[in-house]
Each structure stands twice: as structure tokens, then as C-alpha cells.
Design a protein around this ligand. Sequence first.
Ligand code: BDR
Ligand code: CA
Length: 311
Amino acid sequence: KRKIIIDTDPGQDDAVAILLALASPDEIEVLGITAVAGNVPLTLTEKNARIVCELAGMPLTRVFAGCDSPLKRSLVTAEHVHGKTGLDGPVLPDPIMPLQDQHAVDFIIETLRSEPAGSITLCPLGPLTNIATAFKNAPDTIEKVCEIVLMGGAYFEVGNITPTAEFNIYVDPEAADIVFRAGVPIVVMPLDVTHKALVTPERNNAFRAIGNKVGIAVAEMTEFFERYDKEKYGSIGAPLHDPCVTAYLIRPEIFSGRHINVEIETSSPLTMGMTVADWWRVTNRPANATFIKEIDTDAFFALLTERLARL
Ligand code: BDR
Ligand code: CA
């Protein structure tokens, strides 16, 4: 069973990723959820994280607020995709559960220090600001991390916020650079795989047909979220980017990719935040990440629907 910290900027797809983790206690123990600024500002992402925990019926989950802006840049947000609240679509009540007092970065550091080496998996679903700040402030924690499984980047699918950059990496490329150089085992879910995890009308009907509060809310979230991708990419439905991360923790065998070198562009204005992935191994640069490219989409949606029905 994996002990995880979910670092997130909800976001409808973040919400589904969190719900999948909370619905899977046999495989995953969620030690805490750390919010970061990304899709929307921090005050909304931490609130949305609590809304999602309450939707799951798990108000005792600890939610921490972290960094409100990237390491060296001004925050870029994505209301054009996720709506004004970040979680547009369903009407969900304001959360009653409290936000923890501790800063998310301190929680990450304290948790990594207090657990045996190799026992905690970090699951970043947004810009990497909190994780990079923890690694910068407490380098001793880096070797304690078991693995980082993150959503971010793109190679063959190039970009979704600039022609060459994916949103999470673009928002804080310096943070991503720190994380990709840290020497921790990394599994990356880039757009190359997440653009295959599309919610078709049939799959959305299956969420709704679960009939519980969660299934209906998820159907309403993806109905909102799909507008952007349908208009922009002519996509058949919403891409469930972030749930690829939590699905990987439960069923790694439904994903495949390559262990390769991935580096982050932090200086060229034209390609800022690009994940330069040596997919064809044309350099001698050391492999630092497993870059996922394929997914068994039917197995992924079957897992998701089955788990959401448990909440
Ligand atoms: C990523 O950016 C956000 O908009 C999504 O939540 C996802 O984490 C996709 O590029
Ligand atoms: Ca996200």
C-alpha cells in the first residue's frame, strides 16, 4: 500500500484524481493534500480541495495550503479551461472542514522526515512549486522520497498553454527543473497519455449512472471541462489528465512508457517550460524519468467508474 501526498490545484480533473485516491484505501493511504496555486489562485485551490474531500465523505482528510505563486514568475492561471472557481460545473456546498494551520511545504518536509526512507510517494497534479520549495528548503528530504508520480509535460503532443509547453510545467519551470534534477525516481503522465484518457458521452453516462452524489458531480465536472477541449482540439470529450496519476498507483500495468532523460527549458522565451524528452535516446544524458505514452483506456475508465461507485 502506498502512502501518498497529493499536491494539487483543483481543477475538475484534479478533483477526479483525488476522488479516485480516496476511494481506494486498500492500495492508497492519503497522508495529506497540499494545495498550490495553478489553475486558479491558492485561496480557491485549497478551498476546492476541501470541497472534494467533503464530496467524498472524507472530511477528516488533512488539507494544507502551500505556495501562492511560482518560484520566480507571476502566476498564470487557467480559468479559460476550469471556470472562475476552478471547479465549475456541479453546485457543491462550501466546505465546513478546516484548512490545516501548517504550511503545505512544512507538512511535506515534516512528513518526509518522520517516515522511513522510501515510504512516501509524492503525487503532483499542478505546478511543482510546493515540491521544489520543500526540496530547496530541506535537501535531506529528497532521498526520503520513494517516487514522484506527476502529471505534467508533453513531447509528441507538444503544448496546451504555449505551442511547446504543458500548463503545469509552464507555470513554474524553475520548480519543475529542480524536481526533474533531484535524482528521485519520477513517473511522468504527459499530455501524450492524458489526451488518450477522454471522457466519451458513454463514459460520462456511466459516471452519472453510478447514481451517487460523486458520480453525478463527476459527470457535471467533465461536462463543463470538456467544452474547452472540444472547441480547441476537436476532442471527443474531456481529457482526464490528473486521474492518470492516481490510476497508475492502483494499476500501473495499464500504462506503458520509456525510462528516458527529460529536461526542462527555463531560459528560451519561445519554448519556456518545454519538457525536452529524449524519447529516441539520441543523447547520452542519463535517464531521470519514466515518460508514459500509452494507456489501456477501457481499463482506466472501468477502474474509475468502479471506484467512484464506492464513495
Ligand atoms: C494540467 O493542467 C491543469 O489545467 C490540469 O488540472 C492538469 O493538471 C493539464 O495540462
Ligand atoms: Ca491539475
